[in-house]
Design a protein around this ligand. Structure first.
Ligand code: ADP
Length: 190
C-alpha cells in the first residue's frame, strides 16, 4: 500500500501503527533520507540540500533508492511506502518496479488536513525535534509542493479506484481507528 499526505498530516505516526496492524514493513523515504544525512553517506550528501530547503530530492536519486529498498527480503509479505510517490514521474517509475516484480498495489491512503492546522502542528514539532526543515518558510514551501505536485499523484490513484482518504484531525487513536476502518474495504484488516 501507499501512504500519502501533506507534511504534518501524521503520516509517520500512522505508518507505524498501520504497518504493525497489517504485519507489513513501512518504508519512509523521508526517514531513509534523514538517516543517511545523519550518517553523511553519499546518498545523504546528495540529498541534504534538498531536505533542508524542503525541495523534492531529484527523481533519479529517489527512484533508485526505492527500487533498491523494494528488492530487499523483508518486503516479501507486503509493504507500505510512506511519502512515495510524490510526483507523477515517480508514479510511472513505481508502476515499472511493481510490474517487474509482479506485484500490485491494493490501496492508496491519503491523510488529509487543512493547511493552517498543518503549519501549526509542524511549528509545534519543530520545537521538539529540531528537524532542519521545520521552519515556517520551508514548511509553507513543502505544503505548496504537496498541493502543486502530489495532488496529481492522488488524482491518478483515484482514477484507478484504489484511493481512500481519511481526515487526519483529532487524536492519534481516533485517526488510527478511522484509517483501519477505511482500509478494511481494500485489504483484510483484523
Ligand atoms: P514531510 O511529509 O513532513 O515533508 P517526509 O519525511 O515525508 O516529511 O519528507 C522529508 C523530505 O524528504 C522531503 O521534504 C523531501 O526533501 C524528501 N523526500 C521524501 N520523500 C520524497 C520523494 N518521494 N521524492 C522526493 N523527495 C522526497
Amino acid at each position: 500500500m501507499l501512504l500519502l499526505g501533506p507534511p504534518g498530516s501524521g503520516k509517520g505516526t500512522q505508518a507505524e501503527r498501520i504497518s504493525e496492524h497489517l504485519g507489513i514493513v513501512a518504508i519512509s523515504t523521508g526517514a531513509i533520507f534523514r538517516a543517511n544525512v545523519k550518517r553523511q553517506t553519499p546518498l545523504g550528501l546528495a540529498a541534504q540540500k534538498y531536505l533542508d530547503a524542503g525541495d523534492f530530492v531529484p527523481d533519479s536519486v529517489t527512484n533508485k533508492m526505492v527500487r533498491d529498498r523494494i528488492s530487499e527480503a523483508d518486503v516479501g509479505s507486503g509493504f507500505m511506502l510512506d511519502g512515495y510517490p510524490r510526483t507523477v514521474a515517480q508514479v510511472d517509475y513505481l508502476d515499472l518496479i511493481l510490474a517487474e516484480c509482479d506485484r500490485k498495489l491494493d490501496v492508496v491512503l491519503e491523510l488529509t488536513a487543512d493547511d493552517e492546522e498543518l503549519v501549526a502542528r509542524l511549528l509545534g514539532r519543530a520545537k521538539e525535534t529540531g528537524r532542519s526543515d521545520d521552519h515556517e518558510a520551508v514548511i509553507r514551501h513543502r505544503l505548496d509542493l504537496y498541493n502543486e505536485q502530489t495532488e496529481a499523484v492522488v488524482a491518478r490513484y483515484a482514477q484507478r479506484g484504489i484511493l481512500t482518504q481519511v481526515h487526519g484531525s483529532g487524536g492519534i487513536d481516533e485517526v488510527t481507528e478511522r484509517v483501519l476502518y477505511s482500509l478494511g474495504r481494500f485489504v483484510g484488516v483484523a
